[in-house]
Design a protein around this ligand. Structure first.
Ligand code: SAJ
Length: 430
């Protein structure tokens, strides 16, 4: 195949746009494609429609240089990178309709020797499914010349522009030639190892990485529920256990959010429902944690009365970002608003200036600033460990009922031991 000069990136979201921008910054001609006119216009104006450090400078630079251009239409190109959403259906199976739609637009543009990469996190077999869809649209072509590969993204939101360069990558080809062509394309910007395998193993590797984290967070969440029941501080417990050279327990929280870890394990469960027992239980455990938090607030309201004011600190799915997708904090807040109609909920989220749609419909929820929420609250519920909350003084919490789901105020502490009565004489052999 001739050298790749023109790349089309389909889907200009959290992964597609950074990938398009970094390829363009490394000398390739990149056309970004999106179904949203708003996204296309923003990119062509050199702007980024969401928050991601350093991405703005990459996009503005590439657009100004003329190496990045966005449009609604899928062009002819030497290589295609498909980075569209793969949400799950109500039964937890993957919805591949966005991948199918992208393939249907690519097929008519193919000459026959292009590289087509699926980057979207996908269930095992999705790359083959995309290939079949392309070939159904173009029965005149075949995998003898067309190169199809899967190259899952592994970047952490908030560090995308760094991790695109520094993270090792896995490339799975439907053929060896496809894997090698994809490796050469990613080598334009990736300084780390690029490891070749087959497409299904690459699909599973991505799902397994996120499931590994989900299972380990579930272990921490289970420990937090057990510790609460037997009356010990879970953060102190984990800190101590992690002193063992081969133990590294993660941190409990109010549940697992984001668009990856709370979603991807279900693709494995759907592929092997009988076999994926631990992976499925981890999802159930983590999805059950928000309800446990709601019950903690119910217990607090039994003490302070139903007409209490509750300060809810944090709505994002994790610390120091504005992303609320699949955030357990949103689910917990709406459940509280729904179940405890006489309570007043003051939601504090320093990274946004309006309540998300799901919460704006409740009369008893308002967005508040930290100081006034703490001042008025009878109950303080900490859901996200934003830096802004770490400096809250103990005096601001005095006399209030505190539920700290992230352990930023309540642990790990230096536990006060019972004073040891020095009966030393009896221990010394006389
Ligand atoms: N969480 C805990 N306790 C912990 C760690 C995380 O409760 O000890 C919670 C967070 O609060 C959050 C959720 O888990 O609600 C997920 O956060 P995260 O920081 O673990 O992960 P994401 O979703 O931001 O990004 C993950 C990353 N995957 C892994 O670390 C294996 C990232 O590398 C992937 O690229 C990304 O998913 C993705 O796109 O798949």
């Amino acid at each position: 195949m001739a050298e790749i000069k023109n790349v089309a990136v389909i889907g200009l979201g959290y992964i597609g746009l950074p990938t398009a921008a970094i390829l363009a910054a490394n000398g390739l001609n990149v056309q970004g494609v999106d179904v949203s006119q708003r996204t296309v216009d923003a990119v062509n104006a050199g702007q980024v429609p969401f928050v991601e450090p350093d991405l703005g400078a990459f996009v503005a630079g590439a657009v100004a240089q003329g190496t990045l251009y966005a449009s609604l239409e899928t062009p002819k190109a030497d290589a295609y990178i498909v980075a569209v959403p793969t949400p799950f259906n109500a039964d937890h199976t993957a919805d591949l309709s966005y991948i199918e739609a992208a393939a249907d637009k690519i097929a008519p543009q193919l000459r026959g020797d292009e590289l087509v990469i699926l980057e979207s996190t996908s269930p095992p077999g999705a790359t083959e499914h995309m290939a079949n869809r392309l070939l159904a649209g173009r029965p005149d072509l075949s995998l003898d010349t067309l190169k199809i590969a899967h190259c899952p993204e592994r970047v952490l939101p908030g560090r995308v522009m760094v991790e695109l360069v520094t993270n090792d990558r896995i490339v799975g080809g439907l053929t060896r030639e496809a894997a090698e062509a994809a490796r050469d394309l990613y080598a334009n910007f990736c300084d780390a190892e690029i490891l070749l395998t087959d497409a299904k193993t690459a699909e599973m590797a991505k799902l397994v990485e996120n499931s590994y984290r989900d299972v380990n967070i579930a272990f921490a969440n289970e420990l937090s529920v057990i510790s609460d029941k037997i009356g010990i501080n879970v953060w102190e417990l984990i800190k101590l256990a992690n002193h063992h050279p081969r133990v590294n327990i993660l941190q409990p929280g109010p549940g697992v959010g984001g668009h990856c870890i709370a979603v991807d394990p279900w693709f494995i469960v759907a592929a092997a429902p009988e076999e994926a027992q631990i992976i499925k239980q981890a999802r159930v455990t983590n999805d059950g944690k928000p309800n446990w938090v709601v019950r903690k607030i119910e217990a607090a309201l039994e003490k302070v009365g139903p007409a209490a004011t509750i300060a809810i600190l944090g709505l994002a799915f994790k610390a120091n970002i504005d992303d609320m997708r699949e955030s357990p904090a949103i689910g917990i807040t709406s459940k509280l608003a729904d179940e405890f109609g006489s309570a007043r909920l003051l939601a504090v989220e320093p990274h946004v200036d309006a309540l998300p749609k799901g919460l704006a419909t409740f009369d008893n929820v308002v967005l508040s600033d930290l100081e006034s929420a703490l001042e008025q609250a009878d109950v303080v519920l900490l859901l996200v460990d934003h830096d802004a909350f770490k400096s809250v003084l103990p005096s601001a919490l005095a006399g209030k009922h505190v539920v700290d789901t992230r352990g930023i105020w309540t642990g790990p502490t230096d536990i006060e031991l019972e004073p040891v009565v020095a009966e030393s004489s009896s221990l010394v052999a006389s």
